[in-house]
Unconditional design. Sequence first.
Length: 176
Amino acid sequence: MPFDLQPVLKGELLWLRPLRPEDFDDLFAVASDSLIWKQHPHRDRYKEEVFKEFFREALESGGALIAIDSKDGRAIGSSRFHGYDQEKSEIEIGWTFLARSHWGGVYNGEMKQLMLRHAFKFVNSVIFLIGPENFRSQKAVEKIGAVRDGSRRDASGRESFLYRITGSGWLMSSPA
């Protein structure tokens, strides 16, 4: 069975669905907060012209998902599956951002739980590539059980910390 890079995933707090071109305005309304990008390698992604490029790449990736708050149906962020490697039985989860109103762990935690549950139907390992200065994201993936496993160049060629969760390790640490 091939990896479905754009599933619809539903949780209690949010749901994820494939990103569509008509989502630009709603997602940019979230991304236009400069504080979201403060520790990110692309600190100017809050600017419309820069975000347009990010959004175009997300659509072209074939793995981008928009996060919708279950309470009010509003866009609160996005994430992406990328770099599926069938031989290594590995996929990356990344490009994740959330509205600051939804920071604090529970929304990101549920988003990652939904994505990990889906990924581990197809692969044995999920990786996260995080900029060395992005301490907030490093802590967030450690919180869900990822372990630093060296470094690797990201899709843009920048050296990034590589964090990994294996299916067996995740099953032991994830809530029932």
